[in-house]
Every structure is written in structure tokens, then in C-alpha cells.
Write a protein that binds this ligand. Structure first.
Ligand code: GCB
Length: 605
């Protein structure tokens, strides 16, 4: 998953030579429960806007450039870099908020760190990256081991054959240059935080190992579990055991010629996972020398007419959207940050969140499992990307695959979202249709959605986007009272549901600077924002087919598109909470509204 388009020609030639020996990345599921050797901490770095580290200087050709990790010896030969004398950045973490000079940096940056390892026979060694934004080119001991494109999904590189007994080193070239064919592309309403933004570790696995599994409650049942465990390196007929100790269950199956062992069994006494009762079970899987545990839950999610059914019962999704941005700035990655963000959602009486606009860190979906918060997870197919580029489609599909594969056993995740506010065109329809088909075949147990731009004729919403045909649940974004019309007019707008599918208002909101007060008619005041929310609630009361809400958004976030001095100062101010954690009036208005809805109907519609 790598694009040549961002590299100058000579560097591209060098890279192609290297790429010939590199392996594809894979994605090991449930890495959290594997023994890992953490590589988090300080890594040396070199900022490389001229892409010098590729070794493309024709006069002093150095095919591997910075990947060689050479050391300057006083009195020795000429050398124009040395990681060991270079400053460090913390991993995980974006580079923009760790170093003042890098706040606006978009380009290539080289990371380096050493590690000690003692290989053992019959083991595979993987380098695991939680995420690297945007393109990653990974070298171990001066060998090119893998490339990855896409800034928000994890990947694993096998390094068994390049690792040595004793001292080793990694060089990671990370490039957050925005590209026309990237996903996302050139323009987004969020900060393009670069770097190794999530944890990095070494994962050791036996000769035969579990790389993927899926265990799901069958629709229309309350105790029938279907799924598979997939092995690498297993002879056909290898025995695989799945057990759920709390249910006294132990089931066996064996692998087919593709390494896949199918399971289908009754689980009497199973308690279903739901927001009111987020029951999780420890499960364990054994296959030859490998053993993997996980903590998962079982529930069904489906659509019947315009209803969303959780465990067979209609549910109303009281949600909120949010970016993966830390309350103190920068890309969020830690458990503590996840607790703060989802903690606010919990305080709002949410039973649902829309994790915008890309897959968030795995600790967030794990925490949502524990808290009983349902999740909409999406890939960054955002606004107008290059719908005709085969490369773009490949990258989008790959990110979709990684998102689904990582989280398909998390009961909180109910919706895979394909896109956000994409302008209608036949090329877009064809592109998104392919993503919908891929998502359905990879995970037939969840629902597919997208956030659609709403168009209006006068005060009537015209819900005519052909994309709706490919979706189970329709998300509509609208900014009545902010980008369009006045707040007082909002309740006059009328909505229908011509497709007869469940509708979520996937965005609405207004900007407010925390602490700025004034008349209700003055934009950016807390009073204006709260009024937009109140008027929206009036409009929602006339939408009987509405199945959920995810207002935009939980917390103010950094965006280069928001430059109004004294008010925005580089932040999108539509948060219910400011970027320094102050709650605005609209936070409490939404909290009241959700409390009332919950009291009136519970989680039910
Ligand atoms: C939208 C986008 C979101 C923006 C938001 C805004 O429609 O989906 O990414 O940040 O509007 O604030 O304008």
C-alpha cells in the first residue's frame, strides 16, 4: 500500500529497488493480549523536507541513505547525519505538538531506535505499529521490511529473517505529506498530525499462530455463536479449541486447507452485551503451540424497516461525534485520554459515539466495550477524494479491511462507515459501492452507513443521494442555523424518509468560544450555540423515523481551516467542551435532552 507519487523520481527508483525485497504488512488481531516488548519511549529523529535520507544524492550515492544508521566518527570519513547525535521524540505521539518548530510540518521525518533481542527457534517476530501517519517505510538493520499507507490503522511487519542476536536497530521513514490520491486527500477539517502516533512493539509468535478470529452471536438467536479462528503455518486438520470458562464451554474444530477452523455452537446461559449491561466474557483460543485470550461480548445488531434493533429490540442512539484529539492538545492515544473523552460522552448520557473521521485507537473501542457505549467507526474517505484512481480505491479498501479486522470482535462497534460528505457523482457511487460490498463480505454481522450531505429545496430536505441504496443506516449531516438559515427557522424544516431506512442525524451543531457570552443572535457565543441545539431538538420531534443523533462535536479541535482571531485561533469551535476542557452551555442542554429521552423511553425507541 504505497504510492510512488509523492517521491521525486530518483528517490522513487531507489525505493523501487528496495521495495522488491520488502514484505507486505499484515495485521495480527488482538495484539493487546499478546506478550509484547514495548518500543515506546524516545526515538531519535531527523526532519527531512528534501528527502535526503533516501540516499538520492547522485554525487555520493548511498543506496540506503539514513536507513543505514551510520555513526559519525571524529577523524573518520565524511558523514552528514548521525541519529545517535540527533534529538528525540516520544513514541507514541505526533511530532507537531512535541516540538514547536514542527507544528506545521508536513513531510518526511526519519525515526530511529535500537533494541536488543535474542531470537528463539520456531518463533516469528513482528514489529507492530498501532498507527503511523501517513505513509510508513520501515527498515530493520538496514533491510527494508515493509511499507504502509494510511494514518489511522495498525499494521505488522514480519522481521524474523532480519533480526540478529543482540543489538538491532529500526529506522522508520514517516511521511505525512498530503497527496491527491491519498485517503484522506489534500483538504480536511482537522490537523494532519504526523508521526508514530500510537504504540510500537515487538510481538513474538510461535511457528503456528492465530492471526485472526471472529466469534459473533447469530442474528435471531440469543445463544448461538458462529465464527472462525484463522491460523498461519498450520497443516490442514490442525485442532483448534475455543473456550469460554464462565459458560463452562469448550469447543473444538480443525483447520481446512486455508488455515481456517469454523465454529458454530450453542452457548446456554449467555448474557447479552448491551449499553445497560455491557457483559464481557474472557475467551481463550488454543491452536497447536499458540494460545490467545480476549475479552469480548455478544449481541446482535440489525435493521428492520426504519428501526435499528439491538438484541432484537429497537434502540435510539444518543450519541456525539469526536475527533481523536487529546484534551491537552495533539493526537490522543493513551488510555487516560480515552477515559476523558468517553467519560464526557458518558456524562452526556450517551449510549453511542461516532468516532470521526478515521479509525480511533484500539483502547477507545475496548473502553467503549467496557462502558457500554455503541460505536460508529469510519475510514477517512472524506469530502472529495480521487474517485477514479485505482490507487485511492486500494488504499481505502485496505484501511477498511484493517479497521474491520482489528475491531470485528468488539461488541460496542455496530456501524462501519464508508465515507463522510462525499459529493454525488457516478464515479463516487461506483467507488463507494465497492467499499460497501467489501465491508459486507468481511463482516456480515454489522451495519453499513455513511454520513451524507443534506440538500434542501426551500425548507424541505431532499434525501435523494443514490449512496443510500448501499447503506443499512442513513447518516445525514446538516448545519441548519449555522452554515444555512437562522436558528429560529430550524423547526420549520421538514424531513421525510423516502428510502424507509433508519436515519441518524450524523452531524449538526454550531461554533461557540467557551466563556464568550452575548445575545442569542450573536454567532460564536455560548447562547447562540445552545439555541441551535434547542431549535434542532424541536425539529427532531417531528422526525418519527429518527433513530439517533451524533451532534458535531464533543470537543473543540485544531483545524487549519479555522482562522478567526480571538475566537477560533486555529480551532474548530463546535465542541460542547473546549480544547482545554471547559464545558459550554450546550453540553448541559444536550445532557438534559438525553436524560429526558432516556427517562421517557430507556434505550428504546
Ligand atoms: C462537516 C464535516 C466535519 C466538519 C464540520 C464543520 O460537515 O463533516 O468534518 O468539521 O462539518 O465544522 O464544518
Amino acid at each position: 500500500m504505497f504510492s510512488m507519487f509523492r517521491l521525486p523520481l530518483l528517490a522513487a527508483v531507489v525505493f523501487l529497488t528496495l521495495a522488491a525485497s520488502a514484505q507486505q504488512t499484515t495485521l495480527l488481531v488482538d495484539v493487546d493480549h499478546r506478550p509484547q516488548i514495548s518500543l515506546d519511549g524516545p526515538w531519535h529523529y531527523i526532519v527531512d523536507p528534501y528527502r535526503n535520507g533516501w540516499g538520492s544524492n547522485p554525487e555520493h550515492a548511498s543506496p540506503n541513505g539514513y536507513a543505514k544508521n551510520a555513526h559519525y566518527v571524529p577523524g573518520g570519513p565524511l558523514l552528514q547525519y548521525d541519529f545517535s547525535r540527533s534529538p528525540t521524540l516520544n513514541v507514541p505521539g505526533d511530532w507537531n505538538t512535541q516540538e514547536k518548530a514542527l507544528l506545521y510540518y508536513e513531510g518526511l521525518l526519519w525515526y530511529q531506535r535500537n533494541f536488543t533481542y535474542h531470537p528463539r527457534p520456531h518463533t516469528h517476530l513482528f514489529l507492530h505499529f498501532g498507527a503511523a501517519n501517513y505513509a510508513a517505510h520501515i527498515f530493520v538493520n538496514d533491510q527494508h521490511v515493509c511499507d504502509h499507507e494510511g494514518g489511522f490503522t495498525p499494521f505488522d511487519c514480519e522481521i524474523t529473517n532480519v533480526v540478529k542476536d543482540g543489538d538491532n536497530f529500526i529506522v522508520a521513514a514517516i511521511d505525512n505529506t498530503r497527496t491527491v490520491e491519498g485517503v484522506p486527500t489534500l483538504r480536511t477539517d482537522w490537523w494532519n498530525y504526523g508521526g508514530l502516533t500510537r504504540p510500537v512493539s515487538l510481538v513474538e509468535l510461535p511457528d503456528t499462530y492465530i492471526d485472526d478470529y471472529s466469534l459473533q452471536l447469530r442474528r435471531d438467536t440469543s445463544d448461538r455463536i458462529d465464527g472462525y479462528v484463522h491460523l498461519i503455518g498450520a497443516a490442514p486438520g490442525t485442532r483448534v479449541t475455543v473456550s469460554i470458562p464462565a459458560l463452562h464451554l469448550e469447543k473444538e474444530s480443525s483447520t481446512d486447507t486455508n488455515g481456517r477452523a469454523e465454529f458454530s455452537f450453542a452457548a446456554p446461559g449467555l448474557e447479552l452485551w448491551s449499553p445497560e449491561h455491557p457483559r464481557l466474557y474472557d475467551i481463550s483460543m488454543t491452536a497447536g503451540p499458540d494460545h490467545l485470550t480476549d475479552t469480548i461480548g455478544f449481541r446482535t445488531i440489525e435493521v428492520r424497516g426504519d428501526q435499528i434493533l439491538l438484541n432484537g429490540k429497537s434502540i435510539f442512539l444518543r450519541g456525539v461525534t469526536y475527533h481523536e484529539e487529546a484534551p491537552n492538545g495533539g493526537r490522543a492515544w493513551s488510555e487516560q485520554e480515552a477515559e476523558t473523552l468517553l467519560g464526557w460522552a458518558h456524562e452526556l448520557h450517551c449510549n453511542f459515539v461516532r468516532m470521526a473521521h478515521y479509525p480511533h485507537a484500539e483502547n477507545e473501542t475496548r473502553l467503549a466495550d467496557k462502558l457500554g457505549i455503541l460505536v460508529w467507526s469510519e475510514i477517512p474517505v472524506y469530502w472529495d477524494i480521487d474517485w477514479t484512481s485505482p490507487h485511492t480505491l486500494d488504499v481505502a479498501k485496505h484501511q477498511l479491511w484493517e479497521m474491520i479486522r482489528r475491531d470485528r470482535n468488539k461488541p460496542s462497534v455496530i456501524l462501519w462507515s464508508l465515507s463522510n460528505e462525499t459529493p454525488q457523482s457516478p464515479a463516487r457511487d461506483a467507488f463507494l459501492h465497492q467499499l460497501a460490498v467489501a465491508a459486507r463480505s468481511q463482516d456480515p454481522t454489522r451495519l453499513i452507513t455513511s454520513a451524507i450531505v443534506t440538500h434542501f429545496k426551500g425548507t424541505t430536505a431532499t434525501l435523494d443521494d443514490p449512496l443510500g441504496k448501499d447503506l443499512d443506516v442513513l447518516g445525514y449531516n446538516e448545519y441548519l442555523g449555522w452554515y444555512q438559515g437562522t436558528p429560529a427557522e430550524i423547526p420549520n424544516y421538514t424531513w421525510q424518509d423516502p428510502m424507509g431506512k433508519p436515519v441518524i442525524m450524523s452531524e449538526f451543531g454550531a461554533g461557540a468560544k467557551a466563556g464568550l457570552h452575548g445575545p442569542v443572535t450573536e454567532m460564536y457565543t455560548e447562547e447562540y450555540q445552545v439555541n441551535v441545539y434547542q431549535q434542532q431538538f424541536r425539529m427532531f420531534a417531528k422526525m418519527p423515523f429518527l433513530r439517533g443523533l451524533t451532534p458535531w462535536c464533543l470537543m473543540d479541535f485544531r483545524s487549519p481551516l479555522r482562522q478567526l482571531p480571538g475566537i477560533q485561533d486555529g480551532y474548530n469551535r463546535k465542541g460542547l467542551v473546549s480544547n482545554t476542557g471547559e464545558k459550554k452551555q450546550a453540553f448541559f442542554a444536550l445532557q438534559d435532552y438525553y436524560a429526558r429521552r432516556q427517562q421517557e423511553t430507556g434505550n428504546r425507541q
